[in-house]
Design a protein. Structure first.
Length: 383
């Protein structure tokens, strides 16, 4: 697998993790997998358990990569009850389109006795869906953490103790966090607090290696804590992003920066030609910014693809009300700026006035106007 959920590149593959917990009296299956892999998944279950002996199917959340095989699996598990959160019970109806499923709501703090092994359900909303929860087994000191502390990373070994390429894992771990949990930092902090209150020795997530205390677990917890803490830039971060066909939009970008610097000389206000940088780097810069500028020429009545690509990486949840200045150069009709403004307003950004446009090559007078416009934008940030 090289693409997950349409938007995530999985250079190192991934895994769909599911766990079987056997007590003295009952058996629980925690998580299922994507429908595409049903036959392989069923073979794996049969190696350790007859599916008909499963008493509970626990879904820590109901995204199709966790619940995809459920409709087929329940046919082989006639006595199994399905346990999900309250929100999950609503989602599951629309995901499976089967109102007859034996669904039971697992309440926060509720415990399930399997006979010598206990499973406790812990609400973990927005990690990363509203329905997410953890499942905790105190006897084994194992936390089934849903997607939290997971990664799209697959080696032949299940546990972190046998990891062959730790640097590649760390790269995948960070990319996974950014894409899945980056929009929900406050919920990450809340979830970490719940995990720290437990005596966790092993974390079994839904993707990637099982993490163990003394190996990768503490490192992973520290990274989540670091990445999710409130961040304030030491100086105002106001990047200027642009693409330019013949250098004209680039000239405007430089003058806008100069205007911003005149008003806020301490600002970290650098100009970035989008085609010259890694998109992941630009995405991180944009999402950490205090404000930003974005510019495009008009080609075929629209902004150019690299600019749209950058905006597709905007963290739409945490970028609400972020100030943005839109600019560009055009020859015929000039739709790039208004089209970008429309998109940014749809993202609930705080768009500055009606943007700045020049026709073909900007004159010295127009470049001075661009500089003045940058200064006015900077002034607006202090209001």
């Amino acid at each position: 697998m090289r693409i997950f959920d349409v938007v995530m590149k999985t250079e190192y593959g991934t895994s769909y993790n599911s766990y079987l917990v056997k007590g003295g009296e009952k058996t629980a299956l925690i998580e299922t997998c994507h429908l595409t892999f049903f036959d392989q998944y069923l073979d794996n279950i049969r190696q350790v358990c007859d599916p008909a002996q499963i008493d509970y199917i626990i879904l820590n959340h109901c995204e199709p990569d966790h619940s995809g095989v459920l409709g087929r699996l329940v046919e082989l598990c006639p006595k199994a009850k399905i346990l999900v959160s309250q929100a999950g019970s609503l989602y599951l109806k629309n995901i499976t389109n089967n109102p007859a499923l034996p669904v039971t709501v697992a309440k926060d703090g509720e415990k399930l006795d399997l006979g010598g092994k206990t499973l406790q359900f812990i609400s973990a909303p927005f990690l990363h869906w509203p329905d997410s929860m953890f499942t905790w087994c105190p006897e084994e000191k194992v936390l089934f953490s849903c997607d939290v502390l997971g990664s799209h990373y697959c080696e032949p070994y299940t546990f972190d103790t046998n990891m062959a390429y730790p640097q590649k894992y760390e790269e995948a771990f960070k990319g996974y966090y950014d894409a899945i949990f980056g929009p929900f930092p406050s919920y990450v902090q809340s979830g970490l607090a719940k995990i720290k209150a437990l005596d966790v020795k092993t974390v079994c997530s839904s993707h990637g290696p099982v993490l163990t205390s003394g190996c990768r677990l503490e490192w992973a917890m520290e990274r989540y804590d670091e990445w999710s803490k409130p961040h304030k830039n030491e100086v105002p971060l106001i990047p200027v992003f642009y693409c330019s066909a013949y250098g004209n939009t680039g000239k405007v970008a430089g003058m806008l920066r100069d205007g911003i610097w005149e008003e806020i000389p301490q600002a970290d206000c650098q100009v970035y030609d989008i085609n010259g940088y890694d998109m992941g780097f630009l995405q991180g810069l944009l999402n950490r910014s205090d404000a930003f500028c974005i510019g495009s020429p008009t080609i075929n009545a629209d902004a150019v693809a690299p600019v749209w690509n950058l905006l597709s990486h905007v963290d739409a949840i945490n970028n609400r009300k972020r100030p943005v200045l839109v600019f560009g150069s055009y020859g015929w009709s000039g739709e790039a700026v208004p089209n970008l403004i429309a998109r940014l307003k749809g993202l609930k950004s705080n768009v500055f006035e009606e943007g700045f446009r020049t026709i073909f090559v900007p004159s010295e007078e127009e470049l001075q106007k661009a500089k003045d416009f940058g200064r006015q934008f900077a002034q607006s940030l202090a209001k």
